[in-house]
Design a protein around this ligand. Structure first.
Ligand code: ADP
Ligand code: MG
Length: 236
């Protein structure tokens, strides 16, 4: 169909341009991250203010790295390297990075005693993009709204695991719901529109699926199901 063609043309264009630019940006950003970490550890910056500025630099460098990783996902070969992950423990490990995305409250409600086979780097990208979208939706609400809340919930369902990300943000209308997996579709002034396309792509490569339900003014719920590889007998 004509829509299909546009989609693959778009992906090809993104791939060519970003492969070059992203690789070029990766090295200097890596250097920056290391330099800031050295300064933070040295602790020679006297004032509260200066240390705050360093943290701010670090946060923003990380943000740039995340954008580049998302772009690279569309230009690299689609091979994944799977390792066994104890789902709940792994999500708990990601929590501090996820909370650093914004000041919106992030709750974890983890109740899945399963191991999955996953590419940890890719799955982290999925989680980061979903939580980032959820937090942004919360921050888009008008002033005076009730407390914003994002939650990650896990559950075991037979041979599969379910990861759910919910928010009480602005939600989506029909038009947005129809188009959200389209690469480069975004309603945000500076949105790349790659997040959910990437979420779908990575999830499907793991043998999983994504479903999204949303209501304008009430919030959004994203469900990801993945095959389980086994029971996680020990909590360690
Ligand atoms: P981006 O975040 O760069 O705009 P995404 O692919 O991550 O791109 O999302 C596409 C669009 O889907 C967003 O611009 C937004 O309109 C909508 N969207 C995604 N997640 C949510 C959410 N949790 N709540 C409300 N709208 C969302
Ligand atoms: Mg996004």
């Amino acid at each position: 169909t004509r829509e299909e063609l546009t989609r693959s043309e778009r992906l090809a264009a993104i791939g060519q341009l970003t492969a070059t630019v992203s690789h070029e940006l990766r090295n200097p950003l890596g250097t920056l991250t290391t330099s800031v970490a050295v300064l933070q550890r040295a602790g020679t910056l006297a004032g509260e203010r200066e240390r705050g500025e360093l943290d701010r630099i670090q946060r923003n460098v990380r943000r740039c790295v995340r954008i580049i990783e998302d772009l690279l996902e569309f230009s690299r070969r689609p091979d994944v390297s799977m390792v066994p992950l104890a789902l709940d423990a792994w999500i708990t490990e990601q929590a501090s990075d996820l909370r650093a995305l914004s000041s919106v409250e992030l709750a974890l409600d983890l109740d899945c005693d399963r191991i999955i086979e996953a590419d940890g780097e890719r799955l982290r990208q999925v989680l980061v993009n979903l939580v980032q979208n959820a937090m942004q939706a919360v921050l888009e609400r008008p002033a005076g709204s009730p407390p914003g809340r994002v939650a990650i919930v896990t559950a075991a369902e037979g041979e599969r695991v379910r990861i759910t990300v919910t928010d009480n943000g602005v939600g989506m209308d029909d038009e947005v719901r129809r188009r959200l997996f389209e690469p480069l579709f975004s309603t945000k002034p500076f949105g790349l529109g790659l997040g959910l396309a990437l979420v779908k792509r990575i999830t499907e490569r793991h043998g999983g699926s994504v479903s999204i339900s949303s209501e304008p003014g009430r919030g959004t719920r994203v469900d990801i199901t993945l095959p389980a590889a086994g029971e996680h007998a020990d909590a360690a």
